[in-house]
Design a protein. Sequence first.
Length: 80
Amino acid sequence: MSCDGSEEDRALQRQLQVVKPVPEGAWDVSDVCAYLKMGRTWVREQVAAGKIPCVRLGRSVRFDPDTVKAWWKRQVEERR
């Protein structure tokens, strides 16, 4: 396979895209989406409803990874 930048190469690269790992530190909405494997709209709706624990910094929303992970485990346990 060549890497000459052809349309075929770009199409193959799109197919092989790897999801970036969720970083440590404060998460943003994209990071929570990646962890939960849910869409941005759903995460934002949960934030607006006060269901996902978060910290608001002006217009930005940030999440503590450990708190989100613990919240998710509780959600799973409650539904069993």
